[in-house]
Design a protein around this ligand. Sequence first.
Ligand SMILES: Cc1ncc(COP(=O)(O)O)c(C=O)c1O
Length: 381
Amino acid sequence: MEVAKRLEKFQKSRETINNLKDGIINLGRGFPNFDGPEFIKEAAIQAIRDGKNQYARGSGVPELNIAIADRFRKDTGLPIDPDNEVTVTNGCLEAFAATVLGLINPGDEVILFSPLYDSYEGNLAMAGAKIVSIPLQAPNFAIPIQKLKSIVSRSTRAIVINTPHNPTGKMFSLGELNAIASLCIENDVLVFADEVYHKLAFDVEHISIASLPGMFERTVTMNSLAKTFSLTGWKIGWAIAPSHLTWGLRQAHSFITFSNATPLQCAAAVALRAPESYYVELKRDYRAKRAILVEGLKAVGFKVFPPDGTFFVLADHTPFGLENDVAFCEYLLKEVGVLAIPCSVFCLNPEEGKNLVRFVFCKDDETLRVAVERMKEKLRK
Ligand SMILES: Cc1ncc(COP(=O)(O)O)c(C=O)c1O
């Protein structure tokens, strides 16, 4: 009951987003308004025609597990065992849920950096974890290493990291990752690393914490097809972890979804074999979108925190004089016709996010330009 109450606030904000009136420009929710690549959609259609329509192996269709392992080796240099160290899940979100439900006992302490992707809190509440949150602050959202050092102890079970980071667009630096790694090794702590935006790293190289010395054996790395291939509705994700951690998360996975859509998994294997040029073009297109939105928001009068990665931008709304982020977003929706998300929904302590709002740029260039024009016209300082 207590958990259900904690989760209620997420349902309400999702309902608002799902019931938008016609004509509202949705720069709120993180899904593209353009489609995924033809070659992947064709592969799914072909798989359906080829009769790949029955339950898949619980840990994933073998060809997809192999493609995930190959991609991970290319990205990190780590050779992994596709059968015993890769688990296909219902998106990155289920990878996180299975990890938490499989590896966290009630009362275990888990450290989160706030603001954070909202489902972490829900999943950790379901597992009965004791959440300890560390705020990240504008302008650079750096990890307060001294504070982290004072909190991590032998009673810490896990640290959750998300790089590139939703909603700030921050990318964890090598120095920050090394500091987290040495604390984890010293105190025997696990890392749950959500890397769903790893191919949307614009200015800084993405580093998987699992690739640092001594870290693979204590890390679950999570990812999915959603953002890299503009296929958020497919919900094909995965968790990569050493076999002793994989065993735990698979126990939970087998009672959450057991297995996921077979033909989409076959197509995901094709997606992960995309040539490197695909990723180069993806980044080029998103860089251009980031420029349109960041420069546009500055011209409107926001103080903007340009992201190093992801497709999110945080902006300080206080020049417009509204009481807080929720009041600002309500005004923006009703009077301007643009949806943004109040940053306080991503914070365990809502006070921390009250000056900021999150916009997305996973929309076609014209939509981004029209949204900026609307704000220029109708938002008064
Ligand atoms: C940080 C983060 N992790 C996970 C997800 C969910 O990924 P999927 O759709 O693959 O479950 C999202 C979606 O917005 C996200 O922002």
